[in-house]
Design a protein around this ligand. Structure first.
Ligand SMILES: Nc1nc2c(ncn2[C@@H]2O[C@H](COP(=O)(O)OP(=O)(O)OP(=O)(O)O)[C@@H](O)[C@H]2O)c(=O)[nH]1
Ligand SMILES: [Mg+2]
Length: 217
């Protein structure tokens, strides 16, 4: 949905809102990824998430538009999974995280997938994220498995290896998510530069025939 800010009859910027959910086993680094992305910080002693936490982040597209990301960070402890279905409803995307140093956390991805597939909108964008890249020398341990899971289960793009400690690929992971969402729902007018629904055959701002141009971030 677009929101328009009007100042003295001039539209100054348009905002598109997306709900995004972070899922994955306990301690894989969900809150750390969010802290790095939103506040550019890292805490070696990050506290466990009790239930669910929430943060917002603005992502600029161009001088006319920005995305407002509402990100729900889910506590990985098993007892919280009972409320997960309520949070995944209406989400545009979900990042499923696993810890690249812990094989058991990649197996847990299947459980999250089941929860997501049974409770989310059918076109929810899924991105697989490996964490703690700074703690491994190479990722051969589970990257093959991650690629297989991503391919077989309709994830958007390749699994992405991140480190919240160093910041490696953190911004890129969220950009991959937003790119996945916009590809399904939106296009950019080649003439006036406005963003509008992928379903429309003509730009609803200037009337130019739609060329299905992707939004580049
Ligand atoms: N070295 C390293 N440590 C990390 C990284 N990401 C997270 N950690 C550490 O891993 C631990 C767990 O991180 P959290 O972000 O709390 O994990 P979580 O998935 O939110 O955990 P729950 O909320 O309990 O589900 C913390 O001690 C973090 O400092 C990383 O990229 N590198
Ligand atoms: Mg947490």
């Amino acid at each position: 949905m677009f929101h328009f800010f009007r100042y003295k009859n001039i539209f100054i910027e348009k905002m598109l809102q997306f709900k995004i959910v972070l899922a994955g086993a306990k301690n894989v680094g969900k809150s750390s990824l969010l802290a790095r992305f939103c506040d550019d910080i890292f805490d070696e002693k990050m506290m466990d998430t009790i239930g669910v936490a929430f943060k917002r982040k603005k992502m600029q597209v161009d001088e006319m538009h920005h995305f407002d990301l509402a990100i729900w960070d889910f506590g990985g402890e098993k007892k919280y999974r009972i409320v997960f279905p309520q949070y995944i409803k209406g989400a545009s995307a979900v990042l499923i995280l696993y810890d690249a140093t812990r094989e058991d956390t990649i197996n847990d991805v299947y459980n999250w997938l089941e929860l997501i597939n049974n409770n989310s909108d059918t076109n929810v964008v899924k991105v697989l994220v490996a964490t703690k890249a700074d703690l491994i020398n190479n990722n051969t341990l589970n990257i093959k498995k991650a690629r297989e899971i991503a391919k077989k289960n309709d994830f958007y793009g390749e699994p992405i290896l991140t480190s919240s400690k160093t910041g490696q690929n953190v911004e890129k992971a969220f950009r991959q998510v937003v790119e996945g969402i916009t590809k399904i729902h939106h296009q950019k007018c080649g003439k006036c530069g406005e963003i509008f629904s992928i379903k429309l055959k003509f730009c609803n701002y200037c009337g130019t025939k739609a060329t299905m141009d992707a939004i580049t971030l």
